[in-house]
Design a protein around this ligand. Sequence first.
Ligand code: NAD
Ligand code: ZN
Length: 241
Amino acid sequence: MFSKELKSALRSAKNIVCLTGAGFSAESGIPTFRGEKGLWKNYSPEELATPQAFLQNPELVWEWYTFRKKLILGAEPNAGHFALTELENSVEKFHLITQNVDNLHQRAGTQNVTELHGNIFKCRCFRCGKDFEEGLPLQEEIPSCTFCGDLIRPGVVWFGESLPFNAFSDSAIFARSADFFILAGTSAVVYPAAELPIYALNEGAFVLEINPERTRLSTLVSESILEKSGTVLPELIKILK
Ligand code: NAD
Ligand code: ZN
C-alpha cells in the first residue's frame, strides 16, 4: 500500500502533523455535509449553518444541532481515530488539526488537538460571546445567557464566519514545522484549512493524502492513497513497529 519513500520518511519523522475533515468521521456513521444534503427535514446545511439562519429561526437551527449532537453521542470513534492516538504516542512531536466539530478525536484519546471549526458540544452567547458547556441530557430548548439574557448558540464556525482566534495562525506554525504531514478525510476545498498541506510541502515535509476520492491536492502531495482513512491509518502505524 505504501511506497519506500513514504516508509522511510515516516520512520525518520520527528514531528507529525495531521489535518482531518468530515470524511474522517464518515466511518463512525456521521455524515459529511455533502452526505447530509436534504436528509434533515429537507433543509441543506447551507440553509442552517449560518448566523442569518439562527437570527431568522433560532429554534429550527438549535433543533438541527440537537439532532446532530444525538447522532454523534450515539457514535463511536473509528479505527482511524484510534490509529492517530497511537501515532501520537509513537513519535516525538504530534499535532492534530481538525475541521470536525464532533469531539471523536478527543474521545479516542488524542491529546494535542486544534479545532479549526469549534466543537458542537460547546456553546456561547450569540450576543456577548460568553462560553457555556452544555451538559447532559441535551437541552431541547435554547438556553439563554446568564450574563446578558440573549440566546445561546452552538460553539461552531458557521458559513461566512471567521475561525476562532489564533486557531489558524497556530495551525500554520504546526504545518510549517512538520516533517511528515497527513491530510485525511478532507476535500481540501475549504480555505484556509486547505492551505496547510501546501505550507508543509513548501517547507519540505512528506505529505500523505488519504481520501477515497481525488482532490485538487492529489497531484501536488508526495503520495495520495485512494482509500478510507479507517483502513489506511491502522496499516500506516504498523510501519513504526
Ligand atoms: P469535507 O469538505 O472535509 O469533505 C469530506 C471529504 O472526505 C471528501 O473529500 C470525501 O471524499 C472524503 N471521505 C469520505 N469518506 C471518507 C473516508 N472514509 N476516509 C477518508 N476520506 C473520506 O467535508 P464537508 O462534509 O464538506 O464538511 C465541511 C465542514 O463542515 C467540515 O470541515 C466541518 O467543519 C463541518 N462538518 C463536520 C462534521 C463532523 O464534525 N464530523 C460533519 C459534517 C460537517
Ligand atoms: Zn450573553
